[in-house]
Write a protein that binds this ligand. Structure first.
Ligand SMILES: *Cc1c(COP(=O)(O)O)cnc(C)c1O
Length: 373
């Protein structure tokens, strides 16, 4: 089969390295914490948080993940087409017209509102469903016990449904203050008590919950950010039960080096002005790759030393100030280690006033991923 050329930049010196061993180590460390028989569904939505869905899914399965969670049906279909046969749960909304497609591929879907049952034409193959309870996230899910029980009644009444799971999602599991978390958990537990029959999967834990609130593991957890080796929040970084190993690094190489004179300017708007003679380098990476414009001023690493991104970030290029001359081709670390220093996705997120999830998700398809194992 001839491979279609893509627009991924394999011919450009900018790349992501994903350490699959780190992903596997994170899963195995999590397994140590879990009671026997508790499954791990690896959350691989959004191209595995930017890490690459197929490679991460394969590594996760090898490490013992028992299923996958994705956000949209297409991600699930993509995994099926690639040959994954384990359970796959779509966490997000799907078109009613697509339930047959989900059933056909044995993909589990989330049921979260009563409208779902109106005029639904069910396929012959059983449709696996997880009932989502909104215990305080205020996003998808049935809000009241009555609604939940009504939904389950509809599901149990029709053999073309398979009641496979029930779940909820926590809004504050990544905070040290636990009162809101406790209230949500209490609500979920009280609904579980009303069920005449528990489905195969009862789940509530995202990474933060699995790390810090093991009493809410039930019999399956949905492991996302921690699997990628990143802390769910900065606040809980110092109380994690094991060391998370970040899997993703982002590198580029110096494309041009030049000396600026005092008064010389750099990039759009000419907002940066050299105050003295200085060495600067142009790097072939920009906001179209996920280095958002707000990265201006952030320090990347060159040969183990910090180098500031100066002037405006362009679509495909940025300029950094060097502490001395470096030759063209010198590797620059944007996320990862360089000498004795490192830059994590969390560092970048802190600088940008966002969360590490957004940093790795923003890395676009144009940047090639290389896999280390
Ligand atoms: C994305 C997501 C997760 C994974 O969350 P992490 O914080 O990355 O572990 C779990 N559950 C739901 C419903 C999600 O949307």
């Amino acid at each position: 089969m001839s491979e279609l050329r893509t627009y991924t930049g394999v011919h450009r010196p900018t790349w992501i390295e994903v350490d699959l061993k780190a992903i596997q180590a994170n899963i195995q460390n999590e397994q140590q914490l879990l009671p026997e028989g508790t499954g791990i569904f690896a959350v691989v939505k959004a191209n595995a948080y930017g890490h690459g869905i197929l490679e991460v899914a394969k590594a996760a399965e090898q490490a013992g993940a028992t299923g996958f969670c994705v956000a949209i049906l297409d991600e699930a279909l993509y995994l099926r087409e690639a040959g994954f046969t384990c359970p796959i749960l779509v966490l997000g909304a799907i078109f009613k017209e697509d339930v047959a497609l989900a059933a056909e591929q044995e993909i589990s879907i989330t049921v979260y509102n009563e409208e779902f049952f109106e005029g639904l034409s069910l396929p012959d193959k059983p449709l696996k469903v997880h009932v989502k309870v909104d215990t305080g996230m205020g996003r998808l899910g049935f809000q009241t016990e009555k609604e939940v029980l009504y939904a389950i009644e509809q599901i149990e009444a029709d053999p073309r449904f398979e009641f496979e799971g029930i779940y909820t999602h926590f809004a504050t599991a990544d905070q040290k203050e636990t009162s809101y978390f406790e209230t949500q958990l209490q609500k979920f537990r009280s609904i579980l008590l009303r069920l005449s029959r528990k489905p195969r999967y009862v789940h509530a834990a995202n990474s933060a919950t699995a790390l810090l609130h093991t009493q809410a593991d039930f019999n399956m957890i949905r492991l996302g950010i921690a699997m990628y080796g990143l802390s769910p929040s900065v606040e809980i970084e110092d109380i994690l039960p094991y060391t998370l190993q970040p899997a993703l690094s982002l590198y580029t190489q110096i494309a041009q080096v030049k000396k600026l004179q005092s008064g010389d300017h750099v990039s759009y708007g000419a907002t940066y002005e050299a105050e003295q003679e200085e060495w600067v380098a142009t790097l072939p990476i920009g906001y179209a790759d996920g280095i958002l414009r707000r990265f201006s001023g952030y320090e990347v690493l060159v040969d183990g030393r910090p180098a500031e991104i100066i002037g405006r970030v362009c679509m495909d290029q940025i300029i950094i100030r060097l502490d001395r001359y470096y030759p063209v081709g010198t590797v620059v670390t944007i996320i990862g280690r360089s000498g004795r220093l490192k830059r994590t996705a969390t560092d970048a997120a802190e600088y940008l006033g966002t969360i590490n999830y957004e940093i790795t998700c923003a890395l676009s398809a144009r940047v090639p991923r290389k896999y280390m194992d």
